[in-house]
Design a protein around this ligand. Sequence first.
Ligand SMILES: NC(=O)c1ccc[n+]([C@@H]2O[C@H](COP(=O)([O-])OP(=O)(O)OC[C@H]3O[C@@H](n4cnc5c(N)ncnc54)[C@H](O)[C@@H]3O)[C@@H](O)[C@H]2O)c1
Length: 368
Amino acid sequence: MIVGIPKEVKKDEHRVGMRPVGAEVLVRDGHTVLVQAGAGHGAGFEDEQFVAAGATIVTDAAQVWGKADLVVKVKEPQPQEVKLIRDGQAVFTYFHFAADKDLTIGCLERKCVSCAYETLTDDRGYLPLLTPMSEVAGKLSVQEGAKYLEKPFGGKGVLLGGVPGVEPGHVLIIGGGVVGTCAAQMAAGLGAQVVILDVNLDRLRRLDEFMPANVITMYSDPEAIRVRLAWADLIIGAVLVPGAKAPRLIRREDLKFIHPGSVIVDVAIDQGGCVETARVTTHSDPVYTVDGVVHYCVGNMPGAVARSSTLALTNATLPWAVKLARYGPHRLAQMDHHFANAINTDRGRLTNQAVAEAHDLEFAGAVA
Ligand SMILES: NC(=O)c1ccc[n+]([C@@H]2O[C@H](COP(=O)([O-])OP(=O)(O)OC[C@H]3O[C@@H](n4cnc5c(N)ncnc54)[C@H](O)[C@@H]3O)[C@@H](O)[C@H]2O)c1
């Protein structure tokens, strides 16, 4: 099979869908790997490394899309990429179709086999190709929050770790899933006082078992949130209600409880945000202030740490890319129902029910 790795074209996106070792594994397996020149540069992987791994460098995206049987990338295909997709071509990437009707229709019209990272499942009911990016976003939320708490960045000038004789900063994390757990570990490691709120008591029990002493867990309700808003220097929104928009847990009028110069990092912004005053921002213009409270609401946080994110993502995706190249999408879907769940469109048929319902389009049945 010919496997193609294009350079990402979405704004502020520096990750790449495969690193040189991935190309090496595929080439050893008898495949041809075409990499667009400069595709790995933003993540610290140069063309020479791909060549040493046995890949072939091509100059432009049209050559990758024009020749590859399987395209492996990171972000959803952008309009200029959709035009290049070929009939029957397998595309393995994040699509997030439910949020983009034009992309859904584009992929149906181009008749590709859309294999979406975000709907591939595992035996525990998790989404294993989403988890690494939540881990990155969770850890990064504290790093960014700590930065914007600094006075020159608009914050109140609090050092999260404190120093001897000075109380550490207070971090409130709403949602104790993957993002919340990683955020808590990072904040606790810095020495901050951390509170995690969640509505899932089993999750809180589990967190209590392994979190250090400077992390406490509490049940999430409007009163607990209100009380802790006045306490917190850094507030991290990390909730998820699967298949739904994020619940609005901090309303506009709640900002009066938060001290000026405190920072909100609403990681859940990609699901609409759990803070009423949150709106999507970008890496080039990440923050704004409402009632003195700094808001950081970047929708693709992992893009900021492109190298770590590429390593984390490709650790999870490479084993699947190898199987996909070996068997092709349809045979792999027959062999493994978790992979079948990843196929959202199949040569003009819409095969993901949630996407069909989101856009009021005909559901053609799942790929078996
Ligand atoms: N901005 C980014 O770049 C970025 C990157 C990765 C993930 N995310 C987003 O981060 C969010 C969290 O992702 P995750 O992987 O940690 O999800 P997860 O499912 O692992 O965890 C979500 C947690 O939220 C809890 N929750 C639900 N309703 C709640 C409420 N009312 N109060 C408190 N807790 C509540 C759930 O019980 C669960 O434990 C998602 O919206 C995800 O899309 C954003």
